[in-house]
Design a protein around this ligand. Structure first.
Ligand SMILES: N[C@@H](CCC(=O)N[C@@H](CS)C(=O)NCC(=O)O)C(=O)O
Length: 217
C-alpha cells in the first residue's frame, strides 16, 4: 500500500527544505518506497479532520492503510523498520542507530528550535538581545559535543543510518545562523547528507510544491 504523508500547502520557509515533511520524504526515498503527498493549509491543520490524525495540528502525518502516525521520529523509525536501507542488521548497531534518532530530536533539536524562536518569533522583544547569546551558547555546547563524537568519521556510527538522517535534518536548521561553520566536521557531515541522491530527490519534491510545480490533487 502506498503511504500518504501530509505537507504544507505553502511552507513558511518557501521551499528551503526545513519543513519536517522533508525528513520523511528523505527516509522514503532512501528505502525506495513510493509515496503520495496531501497538501494542507494552516487552517485545515487545525480542523477536526486533521486533528484526528495529528493531535497537535501539525505536519507531517503518515497514513498507510489503517495506520496513522505523527511525529517525524516515529514515522522515520516506522519506515526504517519496514524496509531495508536505514537501520543496520546487527541488533546492537540497530539499537545504537535508534539512540541517535532520539538524540537528534530530543537532545540536539530543542536548543536549535529555541534559537529559531528567539531569532524569529521573539526578535522584537526587549530581552532578546540579552538572551540570544545564551541561547547560542546552548546550541554551541551541543554542537561541540556532537563534533567531538563524530570526529573525522563520515557518519555517527558506521554506515549511514536513520540516526544520521534525523541528525542531518536537525542540523540543517542551523545553516542560516552560521554557527555550523564553527564546526567544520559538522558542516561537512551535513553536506554529505545533502549530497545523497535520496536527499536531493526529497528536497526537489518539497521545492516543487513551494514553487507551484507540484500537481495539486
Ligand atoms: N515534533 C514534531 C514537530 C512537528 C512540527 O513542528 N511541524 C511544523 C512544521 S515543520 C508545523 O506543523 N507547524 C505548524 C504549527 O505548529 O502550527 C515532529 O517532529 O513531527
Amino acid at each position: 500500500m502506498t503511504p500518504t504523508i501530509t505537507a504544507f500547502e505553502r511552507s513558511p520557509d518557501g521551499g528551503k527544505g526545513l519543513a519536517r515533511d522533508t525528513r520523511v520524504r528523505w527516509a522514503l526515498e532512501e528505502v525506495g518506497q513510493p509515496y503520495e503527498v496531501r497538501l494542507v493549509s494552516f487552517q485545515a491543520m487545525k480542523q477536526p479532520a486533521h486533528l484526528a490524525l495529528h493531535p497537535f495540528g501539525q505536519i507531517p502525518t503518515y497514513q498507510e492503510g489503517d495506520l496513522a502516525l505523527f511525529e517525524t521520529g516515529s514515522i522515520v523509525l516506522h519506515i526504517a523498520q519496514r524496509r531495508a536501507g536505514l537501520l543496520p542488521g546487527d541488533a546492537n548497531a540497530r539499537a545504537r542507530a535508534i539512540s541517535w534518532m532520539f538524540a537528534a530530536v530530543n537532545t540536539v533539536e530543542p536548543p536549535i528550535l529555541e534559537l529559531a524562536t528567539a531569532r524569529i518569533l521573539e526578535s522584537d522583544k526587549p530581552w532578546t538581545r540579552e538572551r540570544l547569546p545564551l541561547v547560542m551558547d546552548r546550541v554551541r555546547d551541543r554542537l561541540k559535543q556532537l563534533s567531538a563524537r563524530l570526529g573525522d568519521a563520515d557518519w555517527l556510527d558506521g554506515a549511514f543510518s536513520a540516526g544520521d538522517l534525523m541528525m542531518v535534518s536537525v542540523l540543517l536548521r542551523l545553516r542560516m545562523s552560521g554557527i555550523l561553520d564553527e564546526f567544520p566536521n559538522l558542516s561537512a557531515y551535513v553536506a554529505r547528507g545533502e549530497a545523497r541522491p535520496a536527499y536531493k530527490r526529497a528536497f526537489e519534491a518539497q521545492l516543487a510544491v513551494n514553487t507551484g510545480k507540484h500537481p495539486v490533487g
